[in-house]
Design a binder for this molecule. Structure first.
Ligand code: GTP
Length: 324
């Protein structure tokens, strides 16, 4: 089986960091978001195809220098084609069925069980669903007791929502769904294509455990917390010579002797936190430098950000190279 990953979006909610870095390469709990998605794949995949667009060259270079367990091929779009257009553009030679993943899903999912259920139902597709309280930002599934999806309602008001089960951004589709996507133009798979497929049998696969889409600053930090709590953030603790609780994921070359740490921190490659500084619930990307006595909380600091001595950064997203 092959997997197709949609990775062409602009990541607007994580600007200004995503002006220079595609969101899928932002490290969470010690590795890029995209590689946490890779961790969900069955080991015996034949190929992973990345439908890229925004910052396609950076993504291609990163996966070339950080190979996965399977061959990875990137297929860039000259212009944004949306989710359906991206599938069409990158879909040549897909397996039947194939896996479809958004590039920002952090989840516990048993893909083998999902494949078994998909084959048992015999429909054209199976979409992973996750139960949330606030359905407003999502596509919400209307399901029969047998888990057949009979309707999708995009971004409903709570009173109009047919359930609390939302599209989790993980699915299995028959290869022939690609034939129904018009070529050469932007297409939203969820809005333009999926409604027409429901009559052919699309089933919901209810996820238990944890899930988040790491697309906004709050959700990114929540996803990091989920990963650490699930034991997917490395060995935990704090960096050599540092104090506090952690867990801190220390990437190569990062150092923080004499600094203190609260919960849930990633120190990107080469990041430095000086003695007497404090960091909690944050992501510091490559080359960030936090000077003595500064405090960072609930924040995403882009590459090479410098935080001056004694400054306090709380609930901020700071773009590459900025001094605060
Ligand atoms: P925001 O701009 O912050 O909403 O983030 P986003 O650009 O990632 O959009 P969204 O989270 O809605 O996208 C869902 C998934 O589809 C993500 O994995 C995106 O990378 C991907 N995606 C969105 N638009 C395109 C596109 O035009 N082409 C491709 N190939 N993928 C896309």
């Amino acid at each position: 089986m092959k997997a197709l990953v949609l990775i062409g979006g602009f990541g607007t909610r994580l600007r200004p960091v995503t002006y220079t870095v595609p969101k899928q390469l932002i490290p969470i709990a010690g590795k890029p978001m995209l590689y946490h998605v890779f961790d969900l794949f069955p080991p015996e995949l034949e190929e992973v195809v990345l439908a890229t667009g925004y910052k396609a060259d950076q993504i291609a270079e990163y996966v070339r220098t950080h190979p996965g367990r399977w061959p990875i091929r990137t297929v860039p779009e000259a212009e944004p084609l949306g989710t359906g257009g991206g599938m069409k553009n990158a879909g040549d030679g897909m397996s039947d069925p194939f896996l479809l993943f958004n590039s920002d899903v952090i989840a516990s999912v048993d893909v083998d069980a999902m494949v078994r259920e998909h084959l048992r139902h015999g429909g054209v597709g199976s979409m992973a669903l996750f139960e949330v309280e606030d359905v407003r930002p999502y596509g919400v599934a209307d399901l029969t007791p047998e888990d057949r999806i009979i309707r999708f309602v995009e971004k409903p008001e709570p009173e109009a929502a047919p359930s609390h089960w939302i599209n989790a951004g993980i699915a299995l589709w028959s290869r022939r769904v690609l034939d129904g996507i018009p070529p050469g133009r932007a297409v939203s798979f969820e809005r333009e294509i999926v409604p027409g497929l429901l009559a052919e049998g699309v089933y919901g696969f209810r996820l238990r455990g944890y899930w988040d889409d790491a697309g906004s600053p709050d959700r990114l930090l929540n996803a990091q917390r989920l990963l650490f709590d699930a034991g997917r953030g490395g060995k935990g603790g704090v960096p050599a010579g540092a104090f506090g609780s952690g867990p801190v994921a220390v990437m190569p070359g990062a150092r923080a002797p004499g600094a203190s740490f609260g919960k849930y921190v990633t120190l990107g490659p080469g990041a430095t936190v000086e003695a007497g500084a404090h960091v909690e619930n944050s992501i510091l990307m490559d080359g960030v430098h936090v000077e003595r006595g500064a405090t960072i909380s609930n924040s995403l600091l882009g590459p090479k950000v410098r935080v001056r001595s004694g400054h306090r950064v709380a609930a901020q997203v700071v773009g590459e190279g900025v001094e605060v």
